[in-house]
Design a binder for this molecule. Structure first.
Ligand code: Z16
Length: 828
């Protein structure tokens, strides 16, 4: 076996273990007001965070000074969501101090893992889109790109999930109830923003028309900065999150007029804006508060950017588009486009054409979904009430677009105008945020090859005809620092020993590991690590669910938001099929399997909650059925979140990526699982297609209809009942769900799933893909029985997915969209 000694991380922080111990103890005394012999684990955690922050803040100061001195062009990432998880071990790893901190704490009598567990997840996001933003800001800092993330400082992140008799219960997430050691309040940078009111048309002395917005409400935005530490002591960038407060100015007014109670009420209303994250992924809630959230953070952020720009350029706007690029993470921040127009035209008194030219050089838009129910539309009526001036500006953007673009390419074609108009003219007129984003951006990207193709062909074909070069692809990625190095330390060590230690920032290096795929000793080491990770997960499962699972069984994992298109119910039907086969044939031969789920359902999504309930009820029955003889176990992990993902992913044998082809834009869990050596059972959808290309057909179990076949089937007319009547196994399983077998004394409780698949027409083609899915699982079962074969496939998965580092995604954005320069940070 080739050995590489780990070189001292080049840019890593230099500090001795003794110094680190001293810092921790000093913070225990001076920051926490306690002592080594009586400090709680929480106090130890906070003291250690404070010690870590001493190193972080050095990097932060150096980074901000270097960027300022070099007058760098910077990327501004606008996102309603950042799913950060915990920062303790992440910051230590990126500073190169994890092992040292572990040692220091050990010598102080503390276990680092216990301290890590003191931290609440920072869950300011729903799922893939929010976690992508978190991986991207990690990569931006690691690659030394000047960048800032802007978002909302939600008081409550994504709800906490528990189960009561198998049903999802939501409780509020109060992640910072007792403070958050990673954030810095910056009162010197507060902003004020306006909403509501009316627009007045006035004429100046030269007779020029001007629009004056008289706002109805003024709200204060208070910024909280979270330092984002690059790997190996590179840059420390900032995530700036805005918290809403009542404006002092406005409150005094009401207060003085004697309206004390009214003032208090306005306070509450202002603070409501950043109170809670909307828990819907991929459905447009369409609520007034949500629009205000979007506008609030966008307006604060643009004013922040402009304030910084003006420090160097005063009122000279000519350099603005050279210094500033803004990435819109989905359409959620698309109101940025009319807001920047308003600032330039109404405030800076710029000509429309010049302002529009700046906008079109500054904004770029990432599309994350094709699902119609996720595409944001705001009723014109609501827009007018909340942002009357912005609606006028959108009308003007639209007027010029239809006249100068659409009518030029398709003269007199009203049908084209109707389809392309930013305003949907129906019974209730709506503002189409996707159209606005495409029109206002210089680049539009999808998040995987197939998805970007479908964005062009199915979502915006006419926009492509107008601007063919506007559209591009950037396939998603994940940070290997969190999703391999930190979460799977044993596998990381094995990789260090065989391929060297450069892989965390150069993930293509993993391909060198392929040379060991047939090496029996490496196979054994690899599988022994998987076995240990599974044993550790089994302990977590026992603690959270009281279910005993066997670490020698196949760990088959589906972790993602609960959605019909993600087809957790297809997985469930297959589990029922296996159970039924076992009951019908007591000697049914299968490698023992544990099916693990992790998923939150949007609180208002009835069928998603029904599916959770069904999985829990089926699990209860199967797990207690002696006849199963431990061949089958089903576990629904409560409160799936980043921290739980970090424990499940390293323990996965099988990765379930089973969306209906064409529906999952990319997926990123698929990448994390393959990176940790899980074999994918998946459809040819999203990034699965690119994973299959990288790992090779023999190292992935692909099944189901392709995108083209799905389209053809829908055109032909899909009749799910055919599958029900023609496949006795499907019929038996669906009928089973209607009985009281899984819900004793309460027949029909699980019938909603059957109904959606039959009367509901099975819009996601679950029954059409069932047989092929079942076959794929039989293949996986056979592979697993051959230990060496499985080990080889698992190793080749880890070795082949270097493409899916978020560092590569960021480099793609830089060359195709952002055109940034790296900025090496100097120390002083
Ligand atoms: C989200 O997480 C995604 C799309 C969307 O419209 C809204 C939310 Cl909250 C996901 C996609 O479903 C997933 O395929 C993709 O990998 C992820 O965004 C990141 O691009």
């Amino acid at each position: 076996m080739k050995k590489h000694s780990a070189p001292a991380a080049t840019g890593a922080v230099q500090i001795s273990t003794e110094q680190l111990k001293d810092q921790i103890v000093r913070h225990l005394h001076a920051t926490l007001g306690t002592d080594v012999n009586k400090a709680s684990p929480k106090a130890w955690w906070r003291a250690t965070c404070a010690a870590i922050n001493e190193q972080v803040y050095d990097g932060l100061r150096n980074t901000q000074r270097t960027h300022y001195e070099n007058n760098t062009r910077a990327l501004h990432y606008f996102s309603l969501e950042y799913l950060m998880g915990r920062l303790f071990s992440n910051n230590l790893h990126n500073l190169g101090l994890y092992d040292q901190a572990k040692q220091a704490l050990g010598e102080l009598g503390m276990n680092i893992a216990d301290l890590e567990d003191q931290e609440e997840d920072m869950a300011l996001g729903n799922g893939g889109l929010g976690r992508l933003a978190a991986c991207f800001i990690d990569s931006l800092a690691t690659l030394n790109y000047p960048a800032i993330g802007y978002g909302i400082h939600y008081e409550h992140g994504l709800f906490q999930q528990s189960f009561q008799d198998g049903k999802q219960i939501e409780r509020p997430d109060s992640w910072r109830e007792y403070g958050n050691p990673w954030e810095i309040c910056r009162p010197e940078s507060v902003q004020e923003i306006s909403v509501y009111g009316y627009v007045e048309t006035v004429y100046d002395l030269q007779g020029r028309m001007k629009k004056v917005w008289h706002p109805g409400r003024i709200i204060k935005g208070v910024p909280w900065d979270i330092p984002v530490v690059g790997y190996n002591g590179s840059s420390v960038n900032v995530l700036r999150l805005w918290e809403s407060r009542a404006s002092d100015f406005f409150n005094w007014d009401v207060f003085n007029s004697g309206g004390y109670i009214d003032a208090a009420r306005e306070n509450i209303e202002a603070e409501t804006i950043s109170k809670v994250l909307y828990p819907n992924d991929e459905t447009d809630a369409g609520k007034e508060l949500r629009l205000i959230q979007q506008y609030f953070f966008v307006s604060c952020s643009l004013k922040d950017i402009i304030r910084r720009y003006k420090r160097a350029h005063a009122d000279d706007w000519s350099e603005f588009a050279k210094q500033v690029v803004i990435q819109l993470n989905d359409t959620h921040p698309a109101v940025s486009i009319p807001e920047l127009m308003r600032i330039l035209v109404d405030r800076a008194e710029m000509q429309w054409d010049q302002a529009w030219s700046i906008c079109q050089q500054v904004f770029a838009y990432t599309n994350h979904t094709l699902l119609p129910e996720a595409l944001e539309k705001w009723p014109v009526r609501l827009f007018e009430k909340v942002l009357p001036r912005h609606l006028e500006i959108i009308y003007e953007i639209n007027r010029r677009f239809l006249l100068e673009q659409v009518d030029v390419l398709w003269p007199g074609d009203d049908e084209k105008k109707r389809k392309l108009s930013i305003i949907e003219e129906n019974h209730e007129p709506m503002v189409r945020m996707g159209h606005l984003s495409v029109v206002g951006s210089f680049r539009v990207n999808g998040v995987a090859e197939i998805h970007s193709k479908l964005v062009k062909s199915d979502l915006f074909p006419e926009m492509v005809a107008l601007w063919p070069d506007k559209f591009t692809n950037v396939t998603n990625g994940v940070t290997p620092r969190r999703w391999l190095k930190a979460c799977n330390p044993k596998l990381s060590k094995l990789l260090d020993n065989h391929i060297g230690t450069a892989w965390p920032t150069d993930l293509k290096q993993l391909s060198k590991f392929a040379a060991f795929a047939d090496d029996a000793a490496v196979q054994d080491a690899f599988m022994a690590i998987k076995q240990q990770n599974k044993a550790e997960l089994a302990t977590v499962v026992k603690k959270l669910t009281n279910i005993d699972i066997d670490p020698h069984a196949i760990f088959d994992i589906q972790i993602k938001r609960l959605h019909e298109y993600k087809r957790q119910h297809l997985n469930l039907l297959h589990i029922l099929a296996l159970y039924r086969r076992i009951l019908q044939d007591p000697n049914y031969d299968m490698a023992p399997r544990v099916f693990l789920f992790g998923a939150k359902a949007a609180p208002g999504y009835k069928l998603a909650k029904d599916i959770i309930y069904a999985i829990n009820k089926v699990a209860e029955k199967i797990n207690h059925d002696k006849r199963v003889k431990n061949r089958l176990k089903v576990v629904f992990m409560p409160n799936y979140r980043v921290t739980l993902a970090e424990k499940m992913i390293p323990a996965a044998d099988v990765s379930e990526q089973i969306s209906t082809a064409g529906k999952e834009a990319s997926g990123t869990g698929n990448m994390k699982l393959a990176l940790n050596g899980a074999i994918t059972v998946g459809t040819l959808d999203g990034a699965n297609i690119e994973i299959a290309e990288e790992v090779g057909d023999e190292n992935i179990a692909i099944f189901g209809l392709t995108v083209d076949e799905v389209k053809t089937l829908h055109v032909k007319g899909y009749n799910s009942a055919d599958y029900y009547y023609n496949n006795p196994e499907i019929k038996a399983i669906l009928d089973w769900l209607e009985t009281d077998y899984f819900t004793p004394g309460k027949p029909g409780e699980l019938a909603a799933i059957k109904r959606s698949l039959l009367e509901g027409g099975d819009p996601y083609l679950v029954l059409a893909d069932f047989e092929s899915y079942s076959k794929a699982h039989e293949k996986v079962d056979h592979w697993y029985r051959d230990k060496a074969l499985w080990a080889k496939k698992a190793i080749l998965n880890t070795a082949s997915v270097g493409k899916f580092t978020s560092d590569r995604s960021i480099e793609d954005y830089v060359s195709r969209v952002w055109h940034l320069e790296k900025c090496k940070i100097t120390k002083n």
